[in-house]
Design a protein around this ligand. Structure first.
Ligand code: 5GP
Length: 198
């Protein structure tokens, strides 16, 4: 999606360790017009699919998931929580996720009553990198016997293994900006769309 790619080039910052900062428009400050355009693009790609729920993970995915649910005409957003609630043990689907940005493992949970068998789920998140967050959300859906229609990411770092891990499991991946490489010294970001146009 050209608009997102241009915004990343203009306002994103490449940090050492292959981390892209997009705080001014995607996951701290949120540009709602851009969000709307991203959601509209996913709705276009998923036209004709019945979607019961949009699932995401706190915190950065929540705003994006809400706008996307509205664009999809889907009534409910559920976000997986990173904090455990001790007195609700047993009533939650839970899984473990490794945080790429914080380099630690944490448990994520969803109330069992919020994810049900045969529900058709679209998963939305800001980034796909190594795929740990995505696999965690997928695992929650598997435990609930819910069906994953597609996984939608604003930004995919295609040089990391997340996409392949998901595609090998037959999951439909819809990323709006796919980075083939980025350089912390020059700040340059190259997209897969640049290569296909060359
Ligand atoms: P994964 O589990 O696929 O390795 O990483 C996905 C999660 O890590 C995303 O939800 C996102 O919050 C965070 N993340 C991964 N790479 C980046 C990055 O380059 N920049 C930012 N801002 N977050 C990232």
């Amino acid at each position: 999606m050209r608009e997102l790619e241009e915004r990343m080039r203009h306002d994103g910052a490449v940090r050492p360790g292959n981390v892209l900062k997009v705080d001014s428009f995607l996951n701290h400050g949120c540009d709602m017009q851009l969000y709307q355009h991203m959601a509209d693009e996913w709705a276009r790609r998923l036209a004709g699919e019945k979607v019961d729920k949009v699932l995401t993970i706190e915190t950065s995915g929540i705003g994006l998931a809400c706008v996307t649910a509205l664009a999809l005409g889907c009534p409910t957003v559920v976000f997986a929580r990173k904090k455990e609630s001790q007195n609700l043990q047993g009533s939650q689907w839970r899984t473990s996720v490794h945080s790429y940005t914080h380099n630690r493992d944490y448990t994520v949970v969803v109330e069992k009553k919020l994810l049900n068998p045969n529900e058709r789920i679209v998963i939305v998140d800001d980034f796909l990198a190594n795929g740990s967050a995505a696999e965690g959300l997928l695992d929650l859906c598997k435990q609930a016997h819910a069906e994953v229609v597609a996984m939608c990411f604003a930004i995919e770092k295609s040089f990391q293994p997340g996409r392949n891990i998901l595609c090998e499991q037959g999951i439909r991946v819809e990323s709006l900006a796919r980075i083939s490489s980025m350089d912390a010294t020059t700040g340059e970001i190259t997209f897969i769309s640049d290569e296909s146009e060359a």
